[in-house]
Design a protein around this ligand. Structure first.
Ligand code: F0G
Length: 447
């Protein structure tokens, strides 16, 4: 079957070094660039059409068919089934939502929300962890680690304890939302709070993993991104095996956007789709490295020859200014995204655009998604805020079919939500009303 057909490959076209999937590598040992999981597709038995995957719903007593990741296993078949880890991830919903569509100035029937907060740990990360922990099992890892703005740590902690690995998570002190912090501790991970931000944690964890031989679960790990490709397969599935016109996704460390671009590229290559949807990646203005580099500095994939000097200058300036990103959307409070180059490739594949939205826009959009949908955490709401920009600019038309990826559950960050409503921070604030302990007075208050 397919597993011998899988290998790791450097994304740098001037290097292109290949490695076996049995090796634990998070950067190319030859040139230091990012690695992809790749497949010799002629040696993989992929179904003739995407809808064939839908048949697996009938076999949900098979744990791999139940998983919303492994249901699509031929499209990410890098290990034998016996290594494949699942805790029931990917049972997520694509909801058509006309009230949120109206807020985003889209026509009825055109806006879809992909609720990845419905995963076991409450975020999209579980898609990636199912795949990455499978690779960890393949290579016999016993200890794992990650840096995180919170959701990765929650997901790593949950998967590690489910499959018998130790987990250490690195978080920036005071930078992680309460729900996420509570999960890491509850699921039994060792939590190291570093005096610094996510970018500091990301730097430290790579060195710690190298020195101590821990298995790294950040999205530098190419196998994690293989799991995240399935979010796109499920959106297509949710649309009756049809394609959306646009995918809108928040941009932080840029793992999702990279994975989505790769997913569509491969589906096209395999003849399973005829066109590739466009993608909009949304930063917060307080952490807008991608938006700035792409829109102002004109950084582009350029067939893999990315302007490294532009990136180096940009990061040198951040360092000189002692810059640390700040946004209420703590999940995407990142200024040195590790998947930058893969994301540029995805922008190239999907004819993508990048925008940045303010915290005020994020919070209002989040309240609308809460009021009319199933809710989400702040970073996820950046999608709807970004869509409003793209509608106002006319980049997206009101009658195009748009799928926004809502990456995390509303209970991840209760403080932000309570604060928005109680402190009347926005147009949609819905504060609690103080009442005396008196029936008549209480009745007068009910609207
Ligand atoms: N939305 C949520 C809820 C997230 O937790 C993250 C990333 C993103 C969006 C951004 O996704 O990195 O693929 O661009 N959270 C990471 C973490 C960084 O550590 O939990 P990305």
């Amino acid at each position: 079957m397919g597993i011998d057909a899988a290998y790791q490959k450097c994304i740098n076209p001037d290097c292109g070094a290949r490695f076996d999937c049995g090796q634990v590598l998070f950067k190319c040992p030859s040139c230091g660039e990012l690695l992809d999981a790749q497949y010799d597709w002629d040696r993989v038995e992929v179904p003739g059409k995407l809808s064939d995957f839908g048949r697996r719903w009938a076999d949900r007593d098979n744990r791999l068919d139940f998983s919303g990741v492994w249901r699509f296993r031929e499209l990410l078949d890098f290990c034998d089934d016996k290594y494949k880890v699942t805790i029931g991830e990917g049972q997520t919903i694509l909801q058509q939502n006309d009230a949120v569509a109206k807020y985003a100035d889209m026509k009825p029937g055109c806006l879809y929300l992909q609720y990845e907060g419905l995963n076991p740990s409450g975020s999209f990360k579980d898609n990636g962890m199912a795949a990455a922990f499978s690779h960890a099992k393949l290579v016999g890892a016993t200890s794992s680690a990650c840096a995180s703005t919170g959701n990765t740590s929650a997901s790593v902690a949950l998967y590690a304890h489910s499959c018998g690995l130790k987990a250490t998570v690195f978080i920036g002190s005071g930078r992680v939302a309460f729900g996420k912090l509570s999960q890491g501790m509850d699921y039994g991970a060792q939590t190291i709070q570093i005096v610094g931000d996510f970018d500091d944690c990301m730097r430290q964890v790579q060195d710690v993993c190298t020195k101590l031989g821990l298995y790294l679960l950040n999205s530098l790990n190419p196998f994690r991104l293989e799991g995240q490709k399935t979010i796109m397969y499920r959106i297509i599935e949710g649309l009756g095996w049809e394609l959306p016109d646009w995918i809108v996704v928040p941009g932080g460390n840029l793992g999702n956007s990279s994975a989505f671009g790769k997913a569509f590229y491969e589906l096209k290559q395999l003849g399973l789709i005829k066109r590739i949807p466009r993608m909009a990646i949304i930063n917060a203005t307080g952490a807008d490295t991608l938006a700035d580099l792409v829109n102002n500095k004109k950084l582009a994939w350029n067939a893999g020859r990315v302007g490294q000097a532009i990136i180096d200058d940009y990061y040198a300036d951040l360092t000189a200014r002692n810059f640390s990103p700040h946004t209420c959307a703590s999940a995407i409070e990142i200024s040195r995204p590790v998947n930058l180059k893969k994301c540029l490739r995805a922008i190239d594949i999907c004819n993508g655009v990048v925008r940045a939205v303010t915290d005020e826009e994020i919070l209002d959009a989040k309240a609308v998604i809460g009021k009319y949908g199933l809710g989400c955490e702040p970073a996820s709401a950046a999608t709807i805020a970004g869509l409003r920009h793209l509608r106002a600019e006319g980049v997206i038309s009101a009658d195009e079919r748009v799928a926004c990826v809502l990456t995390g559950h509303p209970l991840k960050d209760p403080n932000i939500t309570v604060n928005y409503h109680k402190e009347k921070l926005g147009k949609f604030s819905n504060p609690p009303i103080e009442a005396p302990n008196d029936l008549d007075e209480i009745i007068k208050l009910i609207r």
